[in-house]
Design a protein around this ligand. Structure first.
Ligand SMILES: Cc1ncc(COP(=O)(O)O)c(C=O)c1O
Length: 421
């Protein structure tokens, strides 16, 4: 047989991937994970790389920081129990422990329901599919966590944004009001996603005054139709001091707006890979709360069924056993201190060096503004420093940068921003 002919026959019989058109050109990898892979490849070649891309808190030695109390929580769950299917909406002990952790024994706790989700990502998914019609857009700030757009697009919704910072570098409440009111005119309903404290990617934490005005604007907009407000609480436990004020604002908001909270153990219990999370919903009315619980439980069944039993029971154990809970809080304080020390060093060097970035009081990331993010990131990569380019800025993961390397990071940022002028 003529070999060239057989090759041709083979080539022409390759099956198409049978994907629908919408799915046939999907990007293969998350850009942040792709940058991380490139950084790791250079480490393998023996280069001294500073990889400030991924959102996981590492120790001074560059090893993932974990909580021994959580490991003890896992140990205490009998293997047979850990191996069972969890209830679709999550073990009541787990969901109840999270509600208690956030709201204690208050009336608000009684008015809150929740379902388990694989991390905060699953919680955002459920909020989107249950509060927006296909074709509608969610509303969030102009800097936002990239997966919001993937989750929205994947579920046939979209994203609209309002400008996050005004000329003084404060949260742009005017732009928020305009964006929300426009959304109510166009869609007759809205889902707002707000990630605070320690916003990813900017590091920004709303202060009391900003929260108060945001609540007022949202209440007024709710006169035009149903609004859902999702507080993405991924970095809750890393908040700068004085952040307990969020509770008052959320409680007030829940009288006129559907309030949801995306909770996750990824950062606060350093359980990134265990996929433990929850979506909570607040409502003063018993019947409406029942509907919310049913709708969210239905979404669980229609997506991942049930979540990681072992992880959820371990976290419930840590939250409910007084000694273990106290131990976890102490261990977490060390992690917060580890991160805060880096933030202090960053601020000490970065402000005097003329870098522009929002108020940064703590948290895994900060965003440094630049006229050309691609050139800045490229210049930094040449120095062996990896950051994530975003429109008009680069995201810097202090969580992944040991304190002794913060000065090198700042120097590379300064050079990178200068290269973009
Ligand atoms: C802003 C924000 N929301 C939610 C999440 C959810 O993460 P996970 O699904 O790991 O809990 C993350 C994780 O990086 C995040 O940065």
């Amino acid at each position: 047989m003529d070999p060239s002919k057989s090759t041709k026959t083979l080539a022409s019989t390759i099956l198409p991937a049978s994907l629908i058109p919408d799915c046939s050109q999907r990007p293969g990898d998350d850009p942040i994970f792709a940058l991380n892979a490139e950084a790791n490849a250079r480490v393998q070649k023996g280069e001294d790389i500073l990889n400030a891309t991924l959102g996981a808190l590492v120790t001074a030695d560059g090893i993932l920081a974990v909580l021994p109390s959580v490991q003890e929580g896992y140990r205490r769950i009998p293997f047979v129990q850990a191996s069972c299917y969890a209830p679709i909406s999550g073990p009541p002990s787990f969901v109840g422990a999270i509600i208690h952790d956030l709201f204690g024994d208050s009336e608000t706790a009684r008015q809150t329901i929740g379902v388990s989700t694989p991390g905060g990502t699953g919680a955002v998914h459920h909020a989107i599919v249950n509060t927006l019609e296909p074709g509608q857009n969610l509303l969030t700030s102009s800097y936002y966590w990239g997966p919001y757009a993937i989750l929205a697009n994947h579920t046939r919704r979209g994203v609209s944004t309002f400008r996050m910072f005004d000329e003084q570098g404060r949260f742009d409440l005017g732009s928020y009001a305009d964006g929300l009111n426009q959304m109510m005119r166009e869609q007759g309903r809205a889902l707002i996603i707000l990630n605070t404290p320690c916003h990813n990617p900017t590091g920004y934490t709303l202060d009391d005054a900003e929260w108060g005005q945001l609540v007022e604007i949202t209440e007024q907009a709710a006169e035009a139709g149903p609004i859902s407000f999702l507080l993405d609480f991924a970095y809750e436990k890393f908040a700068p001091p004085g952040q307990a004020i969020w509770r008052n604002h959320i409680e007030r908001l829940s009288a006129s707006v559907g309030v949801f909270i995306a909770w996750t153990a990824s950062k606060s219990f350093a359980q990134y890979g265990a996929r433990i999370g929850a979506l909570l919903a607040l409502h003063p009315d018993d019947e409406q709360r029942g509907r919310l619980a049913n709708a969210l439980g239905y979404s669980c069944r229609g997506t991942w069924s049930n979540c990681n039993t072992h992880g959820m029971l371990a976290v419930a154990e840590v939250l409910t056993d007084p000694e273990l809970c106290a131990a976890s809080e102490n261990e977490r304080k060390d992690l917060v201190r580890l991160l805060d020390d880096r933030v202090v060093v960053f601020n000490e060097h970065a402000r005097p060096a003329g870098l522009h970035y929002p108020r940064y009081e703590g948290g895994f990331f900060v965003t440094v503004f630049t006229p050309d993010e691609a050139r800045t990131a490229e210049s930094m990569r040449r120095d062996g420093v990896f950051v994530v380019p975003l429109p008009g800025a680069v995201r810097v993961a202090l969580c992944a940068t040991p304190k002794v390397k913060v000065q090198r990071l700042v120097e590379s940022l300064v050079a990178g921003v200068a290269a973009a002028q």
